[in-house]
Design a protein around this ligand. Structure first.
Ligand SMILES: *[C@@H]1O[C@H](CO)[C@@H](O)[C@H](O)[C@H]1NC(C)=O
Length: 465
């Protein structure tokens, strides 16, 4: 265990952070951990063995050693080695019994300095229970956007009225605001998969309850800018700390890592150097989405046959039923394919003119900070991508929605986006981008909220003594 035996100051506030096992959860929480440790708090960052070894392998270790207040500590997830760790309901719900004892045991063993509080990942409730059982204060961090969270908190009302789950053969385009006025503008299909009958019991109740548990915490931490949906959420939480965009914040600290568990192919940056300014479409569907061979080919043909150079992130686990080799050779020579890209640096590159994204929250934050207009293609039955896309396209006006999946329409949308839309959008995204950077600068809302979080944690420490 890295640094585990090091001697620390007994009076240092000590925070334990436990992210869910996905890259998209680990990354923002690691940014937060780095910030807090830089501010002088001791952070124990807990990962399952599988994720710990991946992260240690890919982190730039020399810089890691310069963050003496941050240590990465592995625990067992409690499953046998050959257990299928497919990240669906079965895995998440089984973690509650399998992983919980290991987390509890670790917390009990951390005594020097004693644990001041825990920051738990809002997707799972068992870490909150562990904290409660050990009488340790706990904050929750939620990786998705606030709109999505607000939608989830309104689901119990729909269940009460007998409107949820939706029948699988029902009209998925039906607006849900008749039954839940709070969710104006959302359609059934915008809600997460566990709202559909096919995925019903016990999933629906399980996920709702997992989310409701967050409200028992001392406060909710969100990787976002200030947002109009927050006043609603504020009624449910003692405190809300908006601290986004966390990746930009961590780029202002000298010893940051990027929290990436995949090997980033930097060669694409050299390729970008050779492309004209704002000419390239950057395409990435994030770290979890999977797709079919046919769907991927529709995108591929649309891109190959459009007039723009493109950089395509083709994760080895993006499709289930084909080998990627056949795509690696781009016939037109205008495409560049990588297994994973250093996304923040790609978006910041002057050659990039647009981001074709699945609409995950981290990607949106990163695109905003880099002021790159987006085309969002929220995959069906993804968690928050659909709701995020609405916010991006309808409210913030910093991207467009791609509501089709066939080659011709995709190609047409790309053309329209590159020729007209993105120029129309640029002003808005410049404005929100500025807001993002202002908010993490001294005096900005995210900056102030982080200071307040640190103050609140330090107060807890003195109460505990
Ligand atoms: C983290 O661990 C889980 C299993 O516990 C695994 O499914 C996932 O792929 C790992 N993530 C990464 C990015 O290594």
């Amino acid at each position: 265990m890295e640094n585990h035996r090091q001697v620390y100051d007994e009076n240092q506030p000590h925070i334990v952070i436990f992210p869910f096992v996905l890259q998209s959860h680990i990354k923002p929480l690691l940014c937060l951990a780095e910030f807090l440790s830089q501010a002088g708090l001791l952070v124990t960052f807990v990962l399952t063995h599988q994720n710990h070894s991946r992260l240690v392998d890919t982190l730039a270790l020399p810089s890691r050693h310069r963050l003496p207040n941050l240590r990465l500590v592995p625990i067992s997830d409690g499953f046998p080695d050959d257990f299928p760790r497919t990240l669906g309901y079965n895995y998440i719900s089984a973690m509650r019994s399998a992983t919980k004892p290991h987390l509890k045991e670790l917390l009990q063993s951390l005594s020097s300095p004693p644990v001041t509080c825990m920051i738990s990942d809002g997707i799972m409730s068992f870490p909150i229970e562990v904290a409660e059982e050990l009488k340790i204060p706990v904050f929750t961090f939620y990786v998705c956007g606030p709109r999505y969270l607000w939608a989830i908190f309104n689901l119990p009302k729909l269940v009460e009225k007998g409107k949820l789950p939706f029948a699988d053969d029902g009209d998925m385009n039906q607006e849900i605001c008749h039954d839940a006025p709070e969710l104006e503008g959302l359609k059934r299909r915008d809600l997460p998969p566990f709202c559909m009958s096919k995925y019903h019991h016990p999933n629906l109740e399980f996920y709702i309850n997992e989310h409701l548990a967050m409200t028992r915490s001392s406060g909710l931490i969100l990787n976002t800018l200030d947002d109009p949906s927050l006043p609603h959420l504020r009624h449910l939480f003692q405190k809300i700390y908006t601290v986004g965009p966390l990746h930009s914040l961590s780029s202002t600290i000298s010893d940051q890592s990027n929290g990436c568990l995949r090997k980033e192919e930097e060669s694409c940056l050299t390729w970008l150097d050779s492309q004209p300014s704002k000419s390239v479409i950057y395409v990435s569907f994030g770290s979890v989405v999977t797709t079919t061979r046919n769907q991927l080919l529709e995108f591929w043909h649309a891109l190959v046959n459009s007039d723009y150079p493109f950089l395509f992130v083709l994760r080895s686990d993006l499709i289930r039923d084909m080998t990627l080799e056949e795509l690696k050779v781009c016939p037109s020579g205008r495409g560049y394919v990588v297994g994973w890209a250093p996304q923040e640096r790609v978006l910041a590159h002057k050659a990039v003119g647009g981001f074709l994204t699945h609409g995950g929250w981290n990607s949106i934050m990163e695109s905003i900070a880099a002021r790159v207009p987006m085309i969002c293609w929220p995959p069906q039955l993804s968690a928050d991508c659909s709701i995020n896309t609405k916010l991006v396209s309808k409210e913030w006006g910093i991207g467009v929605e791609l509501d089709a999946s066939d080659t011709e329409t995709i190609k047409g949308s790309i053309k329209k986006f590159m020729e007209t839309h993105r120029a129309e959008i640029q002003n808005s995204i410049d404005g929100i981008g500025k807001l993002a950077w202002d908010s993490i600068s001294p005096g900005g809302s995210s900056y102030d909220n982080l200071e307040m979080l640190i103050k609140d944690i330090t107060k807890m420490q003195h109460k505990g003594e």
